[in-house]
Design a protein around this ligand. Sequence first.
Ligand SMILES: *Cc1c(COP(=O)(O)O)cnc(C)c1O
Length: 369
Amino acid sequence: MAHVWQGVINEYKDRLPVTKQTEVITMGEGGTPLIQARALSELTGSTVWLKFEGMNPTGSFKDRGMTMAITKAKESGAKAVVCASTGNTSASAAAYAKQAGMRSAVLVPEGKISMGKMSQAVAHGADIIQIDGNFDNCLEVARKLSESYPVFLVNSVNPYRIEGQKTAAFEVVDTLGDAPDIHVLPVGNAGNITAYWKGYREYAQETPATSGETLSAVSTRTPAMWGFQAEGAAPLVLGHPVTEPETIATAIRIGNPASWDTAIAARDESGGLIDSVSDVEILEAHRWLSSREGVFVEPGSASGVAGLLKKARAGEVPTDATIVVTVTGHGLKDPQWAIKGAEAEDPTAAEPKRVAFDVVSVASALGLE
Ligand SMILES: *Cc1c(COP(=O)(O)O)cnc(C)c1O
C-alpha cells in the first residue's frame, strides 16, 4: 500500500523526544516537495533544489516545530500557549492549539503583519495582542509571560521547536540520498538555520534513538550552511543587535535573534556563511521564483534565493554542486508583492485583457493563429 505521510513526529519519532504514550498533535506537516529549480541550476551550473515549505498545513515551515511544541505542551498538561510572532508562528500556533483543544495567545508587532497571516490567527480564534513595539519586544514579553503565568511558550527559544524543525534536513537527505554540498536559507530569529544544522549533523553520525537502540549514520557528509538576512535587519552580519530593524520581508524583520550563538556555530562548524541581501534583491528573487521556477513564496522566503543570486553574480557559487535552498513560506501569505512585481515589469500585467464572448476574439487576444 502507498505510504501516507504521517507528519514529522510519527515519521521521525526515533529521533524526537516522544514516547509511545505521547499523544501526537499533528496536521500532517512536513513531507514537503523538493523542487528542481531549472533556471537557478542553469544560472549556477550546479543542481539547485527548492525545499518548498509553503506546502505545510498553515503555509510555512513553522508547522514542523509547532507540532512538536504543542505536543509537548499538551503532554505537560498546558491549557494555553503563547508566542511572539511576525505572523507565521502565530498562524501555526493558533491552528495547532485548536487541534489540541488549547487556547493560544499571540503577540504581534504593531502594523507589520501581512493580511494572510493575520487572517489565519483570527480564523483559528487566537487571542491576538498587538504590542506597541517590534518583534524583539514581543518576544521579551512572551518569555516573561510564560515565566510568571500558566502559559506555555512556543517560540523557537522552546527547544522542542528546533527538534521538530530539524526534520526538514532529514527529508532533504532522504530525498537526495545524501546531504547537499550547500544549504541556503533565510535567517531571522535564526531558529531554522540552527535546526537544519542540528538535523544534518545528527543524520551524518551514529545517534542514540529515543527508543534506546543506536541509529546508524544516514548521510556521508554535512552541507555548508549559507544564511541570508535582510540588509536592514542583519545583526548576525553586523555582529551586534539592530534596535530598529527594517525590511519589507516582515518574516525576517528581527534585530536580536534568539538563536544567535547557535546560528554562528552553524555557520562556522559547517564552513558556511551568513550574509545580507537588500530589499530590492529580495524582490528580484521573489519575482525570479514566481516567473521562472513557478514557485510562489512570500518575500522573506525569497532571501535565500536572493543570496544565491548575489553570490552567483560575484562568481562565488561552485559549479557541479548540489545546492538546496529552503523557501520558507507560501506566496499567498502576502500576495500584494506578486502584483507589484509583475506591474514593475509590465504596468498592465495585473489587468486581464477584456474581450467579447467569442472564440476568435479570445484566440486573437492570445496571439494564436
Ligand atoms: C520564521 C520565518 C523565517 C525566519 O526563520 P528563523 O527561524 O526565525 O530564522 C523566514 N521565513 C519565513 C516565511 C518565516 O515564517
